[in-house]
Design a protein around this ligand. Sequence first.
Ligand code: NAD
Ligand code: TYD
Length: 354
Amino acid sequence: MPRALRNILVTGGCGFIGSNFIRHSLFQDNFSGKIINLDALTYAGNPENLEDYQNDPRYVFVQGSIENAQLVDRLFDTYDIDTVINFAAESHVDRSIHGPAQFMQTNVMGTFTLLETARKFWAERNDTLFLHISTDEVYGSLGSSGYFTEATAYDPRSPYSASKASSDHVARAYYHTYGLPITLTNCSNNYGPYQFPEKLVPLMILNMLEKKYLPVYGDGKNVRDWLYVQDHVLAIWTVLEQGALGECYNVGGDNEWSNIGLIETLCDVVARETDQKSSELKNLIHFVKDRPGHDQRYAIDCQKIKHNLGWKQTVSFTEGLQKTVHWYLHNMDWVKRVQSGEYQNWIQLNYQNR
Ligand code: NAD
Ligand code: TYD
């Protein structure tokens, strides 16, 4: 029997994966639960991503931080929260190199605050679940062979991955020490609609459209495993409904690409969609100084979620890239507002003093 979910506290629901998750959930007519989206609206959070659900009775948006214990307590109390999905985080490796403090604050202390509230409110209950969303980057860096499994020892190497690894350890400790019902997912690189254009895929698409250089770090041979965001959302629902307590599930695309291979493929897709010559877009490729401590290769073994819970990828890379390029091409107003910072005015107008 799938787990019944009623009042879900989604944190970081205005970001890339969180907003795709909420969209998907509210789009299902048979979803009768309530989603309370707690988001601090950092530069990466844009409530406009969920604008069309503003008046949906199943959806409540609250601007605030997961570090604010009083606010989190109030939300648990007011909405009788039985499920937490913790997406909220600082998520960009490059930013973590330039300013690690906020990563420790949000990712470690924020997660700790949420766990503490859950522990307090759920002491007498047996119908609750805390799903902590994490990354494959906690496992460190691979050479040319091998895969990360759920048994791989943690070896984070950037401030971002170290902060995520810390929060994963704290979440696990709450399961073992206090019996808090926790599950974790560790997912590979996502791509798709609504991704903030600092990450590789949207940055490259938008630079191609503007005929700007395509900055490739180092020799471009670093490898990532790419998953379309909708398939990550489906994996999260699978774990929510069937995941075993105390377990973690790796989620990946079985889809490894070197950065340079991905960028060249993306040039082909953008060229096709915009009626340009792919070779002209490829001429924009520009090798730049490498990221410090740049992890060489990530590759996920996701047999556990496939075998135990029946999840599988549904969107091929060709289809996913095409959908993504299409989405950005047809949402240039969103892009312009995000790039100019105008979306922050939208936030002020719509959410100030609520
Ligand atoms: P994102 O940066 O697009 O969104 C993060 C969201 O969290 C934003 O809406 C931001 O406003 C919000 N936030 C930040 N600090 C907050 C705080 N203190 N309180 C409340 N909200 C806060 O990130 P994303 O790419 O959607 O990633 C979501 C989660 O998934 C993260 O935990 C990330 O580590 C994990 N993850 C991401 C990927 C990926 O490829 N993007 C892969 C695996 C795992
Ligand atoms: P990114 O999207 O930042 O994700 P992560 O570092 O979490 O995997 O970067 C994906 C890969 O692309 C990573 O190996 C770094 C590389 N990269 C570039 O070569 N150029 C860029 O401009 C960016 C943003 C990333």
